[in-house]
Design a protein around this ligand. Structure first.
Ligand code: HEC
Length: 152
């Protein structure tokens, strides 16, 4: 029992450390936070972003067409499954608040996928997508990715 408590405490401390990391940040000129990445890391994140937009469009249009199977598939692809290949070095540079929003968004895509699988009504699925997009807005309002002047 004691060991279980210790393991749980360690997991909580680890999770807090992960979320509260400062990351590789600098002030920006527009009151957001600059997240300073090297060229390849920035390209990777922006590529994921363009993929996010494609996913939102795909899920939205599948909802409109009442194609629950497609909603389930597309939302799953945009969920946590998409994070498996994110390099650890990149994750360390992402500030905790941004990681929380990023993983939160992945989690909401997984929720949409599960809800579609369970046969949820299209209107309810659309409401989930509407609120997921508040995460896109919140993160863009808070963070930016400056183009590196030299390869860091
Ligand atoms: C965890 C934070 C975060 C979340 C969540 C997020 N984005 Fe982004 N996104 C960013 C940042 C940071 C940039 C770079 C903005 C800048 O430098 O001004 C960006 C840029 C983009 C770009 C521009 C890509 C390019 O090639 O320049 C698109 C498109 C985009 N995001 C779409 C989305 C969509 C759609 C969602 C929601 C499904 C989303 N993002 C959620 C952080 C996020």
């Amino acid at each position: 029992m004691k060991n279980v408590i210790i393991v749980v405490l360690l997991l909580i401390i680890g999770a807090l450390g992960f979320i509260m990391t400062k990351g590789s940040v600098a002030p920006s000129t527009d009151n957001r936070i600059n997240v300073v990445l090297n060229k390849d890391e920035r390209d990777l994140v922006l590529d994921e972003m363009r993929q996010f937009l494609i996913s939102v469009q795909g899920v939205s249009s599948a909802i409109t067409n009442n194609d629950l199977k497609k909603v389930e598939e597309l939302a799953h692809k945009a969920g946590m499954a998409a994070e498996l290949n994110t390099p650890g070095a990149l994750l360390q540079k992402i500030p905790g608040g941004m990681k929380k929003l990023g993983f939160g968004t992945r989690g909401l895509f997984d929720d949409i996928s599960a809800a579609a699988k369970a046969g949820e009504e299209p209107l309810a699925l659309r409401k989930r997508l509407d609120s997921l997009m508040n995460n896109c807005i919140a993160c863009h309002a808070a963070y930016r990715l400056p183009e590196p002047l030299r390869d860091l």
